[in-house]
Write a new protein. Structure first.
Length: 366
């Protein structure tokens, strides 16, 4: 009965669309806050660079090109960069307490902080450089700076929020694809495995019992709700369980050769990233050959990257099926979302052979 319910899981109704408050809770669960960590040099450098570009645009619009006002550029640059750096420092220190607040409250507090820094900087600048305001009334000059800081600060915070929502959406899509992949142990594999076990109960009860235990462990590992990745050794163990069950059906037609480097065994690896490739090798390669064949799997460390290569025989002249492409595309997308552009999946088709190379850098995981 449990097997039947698992197969009907695809027809389950779609979950409701999350509300804004639920999105905020999901964001908190993911350990995300919409303001990036401004204690890191990269976001601060980007803010300084964008601020300087705005200053240059402002000074170009306020000056005649033949007589460019360099003094205005220097004064505005000093003023704006001081506001940006002090605001970044205070937001860096306030990020943890602000993250405990709701989104509207933390946004208002952040804007108030930026405006307060702008006000303090404006008053200090007028005290040190009285001519900075020029012919403009000092009170109006200060008020204008506050309005500009409020508008630009709101735009920047909105940009930070949209970037955070994009990151959350990418992670949720990744988890959805991962959950889909975990549930995609094909029905034909399940039924063939149960038939193989049934045929062994009388003749080889010990093998049948071991097959049932392996099947239970395989499903437990593939359906577990852990969002964290595993290690190379764990993923290899999962593939061995799968291949051991398939070997009950294919017998000596299925041969496997593993070459896993010792330094790569404890490296992080996304769960269920090798198993779909191994399943493709069996389903689209070995099972279609009357004589069977050898699947070769190697996992090595190349510097800071992990390189996994899977090679299996293929019937000559057989066109790859859509299911094979779908699984490969799924694995490649998960790698790209998790590890960025440094990761990838390379397919090397050949005459009577099919090779897949998988590479990623664990240090660049999201």
């Amino acid at each position: 009965m449990q097997v039947y319910q698992l197969c009907l899981h695809e027809n389950a109704p779609m979950p409701p669309v999350p509300t804004d408050r639920e999105r905020e809770l999901e964001s908190a669960e993911l350990g995300e806050f919409f303001i990036p960590d401004l204690c890191e040099p990269r976001p601060v450098f980007v803010m300084v660079l964008l601020a300087q570009l705005l200053v240059m645009v402002y000074t170009l619009a306020s000056s005649d090109l033949p007589q460019y006002n360099w003094d205005l550029l220097a004064n505005c640059s000093l003023f704006v960069q001081w506001v940006v750096l002090v605001s970044a420092l205070l937001l860096c220190q306030s990020r943890k307490p602000f993250s405990r607040l709701s989104l509207p409250v933390s946004t208002v507090f952040s804007l108030c902080l930026i405006v307060a820094v702008t006000a303090a900087t404006s008053l200090l600048a007028l005290e040190l450089f009285p001519r900075l305001a020029g012919e403009t009334d000092k009170a109006w000059w200060t008020l204008r700076n506050l309005l500009i800081a409020l508008v630009i600060g709101g735009i920047v915070l909105r940009y930070f929020y949209l970037q955070q929502q994009l990151r959350i959406q990418e992670k949720l899509e990744l988890e959805a694809r991962l959950d889909s992949l975990r549930a995609r142990i094909r029905p034909h594999f399940l039924f063939n495995t149960l038939n193989s076990i049934a045929s062994l109960i009388v003749s080889r009860p010990d093998s049948a019992e071991q097959a049932v235990e392996d099947l239970a462990e395989l499903f437990r590992a593939s359906l577990k709700e852990s969002r964290e990745g595993t290690t190379v050794a764990d993923e290899v163990r999962l593939c061995e369980l799968y291949l051991g069950i398939e070997q009950l059906r294919l017998g000596e037609r299925l041969q496997v050769q593993w070459q896993v480097a010792k330094e790569a065994r404890d490296a992080p690896m996304p769960s269920l990233i090798l198993q779909p490739l191994v399943e493709n090798a069996v389903y689209h390669g070995i099972s279609r050959l009357p004589e069977g064949g050898l699947i070769r799997v190697s996992v090595n460390r190349r510097g800071s990257s992990i390189l996994a290569v899977l090679d299996n025989p293929m019937p000559a002249g057989v066109v790859e099926s859509a299911g094979n492409h779908m699984a490969l595309a799924n694995v490649e997308q998960r790698l790209l979302v998790t590890y960025g552009s440094s990761a990838g999946l390379k397919v090397i088709p050949g005459e009577g052979a099919f090779t897949v190379e998988l590479t990623y850098s664990p240090e660049q995981g999201l």
